[in-house]
Design a protein around this ligand. Structure first.
Ligand SMILES: NC(=O)c1ccc[n+]([C@@H]2O[C@H](COP(=O)([O-])OP(=O)(O)OC[C@H]3O[C@@H](n4cnc5c(N)ncnc54)[C@H](O)[C@@H]3O)[C@@H](O)[C@H]2O)c1
Length: 346
């Protein structure tokens, strides 16, 4: 019998999300953590020693390790494109945390580098693997809800001031690329786009209402989809004490509402209820940023390895990550100019 291929992983970053990446790698039978790099080096060393892995002083050093097949990037968002480009050029497959980049130019560089090198590029959007979201998406595709008229995604989170003040990158334009919308709200932007299809126009506001940060802590936008459906995106990190997130799909034959990781409403004119949902759910970090399960990431890492084995695109590839980023940037532009913004951005 053929030996199962085992994928060697390298991590860039040793913070909150890289800790989850390491947990996920441990759960995958055909993956192993080879090594990690972070700043300062001592942080990488401690992280690596706790997991029997190697620590590297630089990204370049990590990339010269022939035992690494896939690199998971868990660094401040503004660093993602440069790191994705060097990983791809070194022939490594890339799993990049959201957002893929904070500019479209950055996203394009990452996508083209991966295409030129012939490696896979996946962008994290773990809710696409959450059973309630998968069930609603499937029902939309099957026409269960009829013509979709409204798709709304709302993030009502709370972050203590220390969430920003204890970090040298969160809440900065240079490294976070924005605030509540690009960091927390992007999950819902991706979800409404997945459910409603391409977005053609956005009109939005991004404001700093509670936190002492240079970017927005609250954003609200109305959307028009290419299908003609309408929708709303809202995201805040200033809703005390940290409520739930919702995504709603309303159609002329039925509607569904997901709250965190539960379907709280599903009804149709012909009386059909929600399907039996299988598998663990991701949950939501309403107050504690990392209070969600690793299961969504686990499914997404699995999908990337399967994409490599089957030589197909990952379910959320660079182009998908770019489209979601584009909607976020359009809201910021609309907020700046006071005018609706049409997509695609030129
Ligand atoms: N998918 C999700 O739900 C989710 C959740 C949390 C964070 N994230 C994303 O993960 C990324 C990191 O967030 P975090 O909360 O883990 O941040 P963090 O501050 O906890 O960790 C960042 C890590 O990056 C490392 N780093 C910084 N500059 C570096 C460099 N030049 N080279 C190598 N390493 C460097 C730091 O040493 C640190 O270990 C962000 O893009 C964020 O949007 C995603």
């Amino acid at each position: 019998m053929a030996q199962e291929r085992v994928f060697g992983f390298g991590l860039i970053g040793a913070g909150a999300i890289s800790t989850m990446h390491a947990t996920v790698i441990e759960c995958l039978p055909d993956a192993r953590l080879v090594g990690v790099t972070a700043l300062p080096y001592e942080a990488a060393l401690e992280f690596a020693q706790a997991r029997g892995a190697r620590a590297y002083r630089t990204v370049d050093e990590l990339l010269t390790d022939p035992e690494i097949d896939v690199v998971a990037i868990g660094t401040p968002s503004g660093l993602h494109p440069d790191q994705a480009v060097v990983c791809a050029r070194a022939g490594k497959h890339v799993l990049c945390e959201k957002p893929l980049a904070i500019t479209l130019e950055g996203a394009d560089r990452a996508i083209h580098a991966a295409e030129e090198a012939g490696v896979k590029l996946a962008v994290v959007s773990q809710r696409r693997f959450d059973p309630p979201c998968v069930a609603v998406h499937r029902a939309i595709e099957e026409g269960v809800f009829g013509r979709i008229v409204l798709v709304n995604g709302i993030v009502r989170y709370f972050r203590e001031p220390s969430y920003y003040t204890n970090s040298n990158w969160r809440g900065t334009w240079a490294l976070d690329g924005g605030g509540a919308l690009i960091n927390q709200g992007i999950h819902m932007v991706d979800m409404v786009r997945w459910f409603g299809g391409d977005i053609s126009t956005v009109s939005g506001f991004a404001r700093t209402l509670s936190h002492s940060i240079e970017v927005e802590d609250t954003a609200s936008a109305t959307l028009e989809f290419a299908s003609g459906a309408l929708g709303v995106i809202q995201s805040t990190t200033a809703a005390a004490p940290g409520l739930y997130l919702t995504v709603e799909v309303l159609g002329d034959r039925g509607s569904a509402v997901i709250q965190d990781s539960e379907v709280v409403y599903w009804n149709t004119l012909d009386g059909g209820g929600p399907p039996e949902l299988e598998g663990p759910k991701t949950g939501s970090g309403t107050r504690d940023p990392m209070a969600f399960s690793h299961t969504g990431h686990l499914s997404q890492f699995r999908d990337l390895l399967d994409a490599i084995i089957e030589d197909r695109p990952p379910r959320v590839d660079g182009w998908e990550g770019r489209k979601t980023l584009e909607v976020v940037l359009a809201v910021y532009e609309s907020s700046r100019t006071g005018a609706p913004v049409r997509l695609p951005l030129s």
